[in-house]
Design a protein around this ligand. Structure first.
Ligand SMILES: Nc1ncnc2c1ncn2[C@@H]1O[C@H](COP(=O)(O)OP(=O)(O)O)[C@@H](O)[C@H]1O
Ligand SMILES: [Mg+2]
Length: 302
């Protein structure tokens, strides 16, 4: 079995994030990086978003937290249309609700800043502490929450391992007490030996802080354990969406089948004979509409 906790969240039924026909075209590019994608994320759930490198996952995650322009389509957050918010005040308000954890904890932490200042970024920007003592007290509390020693506050990112750095990134994301966090491949850059620890930390935090996650990964091997529902992306499109178990046990899109065939099997004998199914897409002209083929199981026209 896996090292990962498998406590999936019961659905509350309330939609926190709603993405409608979302599209992003990078300047100078002809093909959209994200192409007419629609889905929703329920409050308290972990929504997994998987697909190979370059399929548009990061672009999607960054649009949802308003770090990247939306070319067309819309995003509702807790019922409010945030598609076009752009004033500093509105963005600051939104940042207190929605945060992101980046893929590469080496590149995403400013090497010239002390860990304490990195974690306190949001607290400082939003003037949330009345004094230096209060601010540092909260930073130490945040460090403790993610399993780091409070002495980290006055040290620099380069003094730490990848796993510790990613914990700093998680503490930074938690500082404003958000309700929603985009976890953009938070363990992909880490040693396998610490991946489970970081995932289990994220799961525990979700539990205690009532968080909703968009959890991005390039394969299904771990997401299938921690996600309530999973969306599969291919070349900018969402091609299949289903509850995690249903997607794993009854994949319908050939690309999803190919992703599942790439997951190593725990049984050595079975693993020796595992066959990787390749998938090459034949571009078709149909739009982004998904069809519900079974309750909760959505599939893009093949
Ligand atoms: N800043 C950028 N400028 C132009 N193209 C980009 C930029 N960032 C990403 N892309 C392109 O957009 C597509 C989707 O990228 P990305 O969202 O990073 O995919 P993923 O996170 O799934 O690996 C890729 O083809 C990538 O090359
Ligand atoms: Mg990415």
């Amino acid at each position: 079995m896996s090292d990962f906790d498998t406590n999936k969240k019961a659905e509350t039924g309330k939609i926190l994030v709603q993405v409608k026909n979302l599209t992003h075209i990078y300047e100078g590019s002809h093909t959209p990086a994200v192409n007419d994608v629609s889905f929703h994320i329920l409050e308290g759930e972990t929504f997994g978003l998987v697909g190979e490198s370059g399929c548009g996952k990061t672009t999607m995650g960054r649009m949802i937290v308003k770090l990247l322009d939306i070319s067309s389509g819309s995003i509702l957050f807790d019922g409010t249309d945030i598609t076009h918010i752009s004033s500093k005040e509105d963005l600051m308000k939104f940042r207190r609700e929605a945060q992101i954890i980046f893929q590469d904890p080496y590149a995403s932490l400013d090497p010239r800043k002390k860990v304490g200042d990195i974690v306190a970024e949001g607290i400082d920007t939003h003037h949330l502490a009345a004094s230096r003592e209060e601010r540092n007290g909260r930073v130490k509390e945040l460090l403790k929450t993610v399993g780091l020693d409070s002495s980290f506050i006055s040290r620099y990112p380069h003094e730490f391992s990848g796993g510790q750095r990613q914990r700093v990134g998680i503490a930074r994301a938690l500082a404003l007490k958000p309700r929603f966090i985009v976890c953009d491949e938070p363990i992909s850059a880490l040693d396998v030996s610490v991946q489970a620890q970081v995932v289990n930390l994220l799961k525990a935090l979700q539990e205690t802080k009532k968080l909703t996650y968009l959890f991005i990964a390039h394969d299904l091997s771990m997401v299938k354990y921690i996600s309530d529902r999973i969306g599969v992306m291919y070349r900018g499109r969402l091609v299949e969406l289903a509850p995690a178990d249903e997607l794993y046990n009854n994949p319908l899109h050939p690309y999803t089948k190919s992703l599942i065939s790439a997951i190593p099997l725990p049984d050595p004998a079975a693993e020796r004979t595992r066959r990787r199914q390749a998938y090459e897409y034949e571009e078709n002209a149909t739009g982004g509409e998904l069809r519900e083929v079974e309750p909760g199981h959505w599939l893009k026209a093949l």
